[in-house]
Design a protein around this ligand. Structure first.
Ligand code: F6P
Ligand code: MN
Length: 281
């Protein structure tokens, strides 16, 4: 698996270069979730595909920007599911964006996720890698190489609150719960990019990130294989929790198809307990 992590580091520098120097316009296509693709989404996807073509342990790749499963090496061991450029529409306003990777062995379900990684392209490039046997590790690019900075841990209770979706479409009990967090002192932190928003909560000790079921998106917006499950491993291994709107652990999700979504909540233990009470689950 080390070869996969090393490849992700190379990918990170290539995508960062594309973000900083290449065309920002729209392509002619849409992805499987019906979102317009930027040229940068397509380019980032190709950078990743090309990189994993060189890694024989990668059997298949599944991308947010591709329709189905693409086989790269029939004898490979792992499937890498990835969101090449999460939050890409934020590039044109110069906010942070990211890439997310889930590394699965066998059938594509959360229990078979062996590791995950995400990259934040911000004022600095940062990388977090999570496996199932230790705390996630934070790396930072210094002088063109990733240096290990620290292990990452969540406090029991945090201070930040970030909820996605249009408030008009939130279910009444979600609105009541989010308001109650603010009323008890939580601070709003929401950029609209899943990677930097979850990264901020993780590195600042904790809080809650929600992408709930909404009246217009009853299954939420965020995709299980490339977004939800990889971050669930990061949060669980950092000592937090990750659940859906029925109180089920996101690390038990079994997607029915590659682009399946799920309502999702990631946070410190205290906020997730409070959420369960508010949702009655
Ligand atoms: O990939 C989807 C995404 O861009 C995430 O990065 C982000 O958390 C979410 O959409 C934001 O959605 P909304 O604008 O509905 O809150
Ligand atoms: Mn995304």
């Amino acid at each position: 698996m080390n070869e996969i992590f090393e490849t992700i580091k190379k990918i990170a520098f290539d995508i960062d270069d594309a973000i900083k120097n290449h065309d920002l316009g729209y392509s002619d296509g849409e992805n499987s979730s019906g979102e317009s693709q930027l040229k940068l989404d397509v380019e980032s996807d190709l950078i990743i595909e090309r990189a994993f073509r060189e890694v024989s342990s990668v059997k298949n790749i599944v991308s947010e920007e591709k329709e189905g499963v693409l086989e790269l090496h029939s004898d490979g061991e792992f499937t890498v599911c990835y969101d090449p450029l999460d939050g890409s529409s934020l590039v044109d306003v110069n906010l942070s964006v990211g890439s997310i990777f889930g590394i699965y062995k066998g059938e594509l379900k959360a229990q078979n996720l062996v590791a995950s990684a995400y990259v934040v392209y911000g004022p600095r490039i940062e990388l977090v890698i999570a496996t199932r046997d230790s705390k996630p590790t934070l790396y930072r690019s210094i002088g063109g190489v990733f240096k290990k900075i620290s292990e990452v841990s969540l406090n029991e209770k945090g201070k930040l609150n970030a909820s996605g979706g249009t408030q008009q479409n939130w279910l009444p009990y979600h609105k009541t719960f989010i308001d109650s967090l603010f009323a008890s002192g939580y601070r709003l932190r929401y950029s609209g990019g899943m990677v930097p928003d979850l990264h901020q909560i993780l590195l600042k000790g904790g809080g809650l990130f929600s992408y709930p079921a909404t009246s217009d998106k009853p299954n939420g917006k965020l995709r299980q294989l490339f977004e939800v499950i990889p971050f669930a491993l990061v949060y669980v291994m950092a000592g937090g929790e990750a659940i859906d709107d029925k109180g089920r652990g996101l690390m038990d999700l079994v997607p029915s198809f590659p682009h399946d979504t799920s309502p999702c909540f990631f946070g410190s233990k205290y906020e997730i307990e409070a959420l369960k009470k508010a949702y009655g689950v």
